[in-house]
Design a protein. Structure first.
Length: 481
């Protein structure tokens, strides 16, 4: 690709230069690359222009306040917003994208909504994938990568790869960081969804208002006017999202118990499933959702809304809800045993543990058991808080090791146990899970929390292969005749 294909206004003497790649990281520059001098949180890309030129960069993209010296063979391209320029240039350098792309933003639920939407698309016969925290997941089982919203070059290269592989439908997470840092600019969206706004990422955004504004940019700048905004109407901030979309003439599809388009009329439990009564365009639907927790019902409805927004047939969409499976490590049902249910969840913060236990309480007609620990070299104050939450919300608690890292595992457990009287102390995580399963009875629910999808346990000088999923599988294989 020639430099003029990416920057039509480049001087004639440099327009025929061959572009071999794009980057904002000077360490990745190779001969023929275009280097974008992006100002980061910790470092200013302008300080690395010399390194980029030395490595063979043929063009430097920068903002007006940046100057550099080079010979005439290097193009200097001035832009108003270098981050946005990087994303839009990446979209031109990797022009192929899946035909139908939808995005979801929100403090909680992004991973589940993206994955549920992928599952619904697949059930409707589409070649589908999802992209986010757990990586790129295709419906044929192939997966790779892991970042909520990748850098623009990686993102657009990934979109081009998926399109080349035949993926036509993609559901992706849109983090507030990714939106604010212009990483999604250039992605051709058909629909975008909003789940909720919690107290998170204020270390980056500063205030809740700025945090919400970052998410609103998905609707006031990135979603085209002919797109559809899918909004969880039960979220307190839903009106702000709806107003933002409607001011641009964007169609809004609201979902939830307050939804005007896809309305949740009733939720009832049946064993470990949920029965949902829905109304869509005046027609009633009854769905059995094989997921625990009311918030998972909300996530499923947002996913259904995204599928409906891009033209999938309601009968197929609602039928697909009946076969959804939880995202790996997100309140995931991994097994049943003796009439009870075993789940794995990534909850490693107080509010996440509390939400998980609250969600599972109605499903525990017997005892609710919580098996968890806390990571080392991390927030020590949360240990007693999580211990108190487990003591208050669960009937039985087993405190075990999470990722001790460089700390003494026993000391971490003692900090938790101090606020959790009556809990069992079993440091070995496999033995802790084994003990929790051994005491299960009919109607019991066992939550194994903290590590979710992780496949390793981190100690001071090594990482030991360990998966909560595999532990459950091994233990149940040994107890069955």
């Amino acid at each position: 690709m020639k430099l003029r294909d990416l920057f039509p206004s480049v001087p004639a003497g440099q327009s025929a230069l061959e572009v071999t790649g794009l980057t904002a990281d000077s360490r990745l520059v190779l001969p023929g690359f275009v280097f974008f001098a992006v100002s980061g949180v910790m470092q200013n890309g302008a300080a690395f222009i010399h390194d980029a030129l030395k490595a063979g960069a043929i063009a430097i993209v920068h903002e007006a306040d940046v100057t550099f010296t080079s010979d005439a063979s290097v193009a200097g391209i001035v832009v108003d917003d270098v981050r946005r320029a990087l994303a839009l240039t990446a979209a031109r350098f990797y022009p192929s994208q899946p035909d139908t792309i939808v995005a979801v933003t929100g403090t909680a639920g992004k991973t589940s909504v993206a994955d549920f939407t992928r599952q619904i698309f697949a059930s409707c016969g589409r070649q589908a994938a999802s992209l986010g925290t757990i990586g790129v997941v295709r419906s044929d089982g192939i997966s790779y990568g892991a970042l909520t919203t990748p850098d623009p070059v990686t993102l657009h290269a990934t979109l081009a790869t998926l399109a080349a592989e035949g993926i036509t439908h993609l559901a992706m997470e849109a983090s507030s960081h990714g939106i604010d840092q212009r990483r999604l600019d250039g992605v051709r969206l058909k629909a975008a969804a909003f789940t909720n706004l919690g107290h998170d990422h204020l270390d980056y955004h500063g205030t809740r208002e700025v945090y919400l504004a970052a998410k609103l940019r998905l609707f006031d700048a990135l979603l085209p006017q002919d797109g559809v905004a899918v909004v969880n109407a039960d979220a307190p901030e839903s009106n702000a999202v709806i107003k933002t979309a409607e001011q641009r003439g964007i169609q809004v599809l609201s979902v939830g118990s307050k939804g005007r388009d896809l309305r949740l009329v009733d939720v009832s439990r049946h064993g470990f499933d949920q029965h949902l009564s829905l109304v869509w365009q005046g027609k009633a639907y009854r769905v059995t959702l094989p997921l625990a927790g009311e918030f998972q019902a909300t996530n499923a409805l947002v996913a259904a809304g995204l599928a409906l927004a891009v033209g999938e047939q309601p009968e197929q969409v609602f039928a697909a809800l009946g076969s959804l499976h939880g995202v790996k490590g997100r309140l995931e049902r991994v097994a049943t045993h003796k009439g009870g249910l075993i789940l794995v969840d990534y909850a490693h913060k107080p509010e996440a543990l509390e939400q998980a236990l609250e969600a599972l309480r109605p499903f525990a007609t017997g005892k609710l058991t919580c098996i968890f620990g806390c990571g080392g070299d991390r927030d020590r104050a949360k240990r007693a808080v999580m211990g108190a939450i487990a003591h208050q919300r669960a009937d039985r608690v087993i405190v075990t090791d999470d990722n001790p890292r460089s700390e003494d595992p026993a000391s971490i457990r003692q900090s938790i146990l101090a606020a959790c009287p009556g809990a069992s102390d079993i440091g070995d995580r496999f033995e802790a899970i084994q003990a929790g399963i051994a005491i299960m009875g009919a109607g019991d629910v066992v939550l194994i929390a903290g590590k979710g999808h992780e496949t390793g346990q981190i100690f001071a000088d090594h990482t030991m292969p360990f998966s909560d999923h595999e532990a459950v599988k091994t233990i149940l294989a040994e107890v069955k005749p």
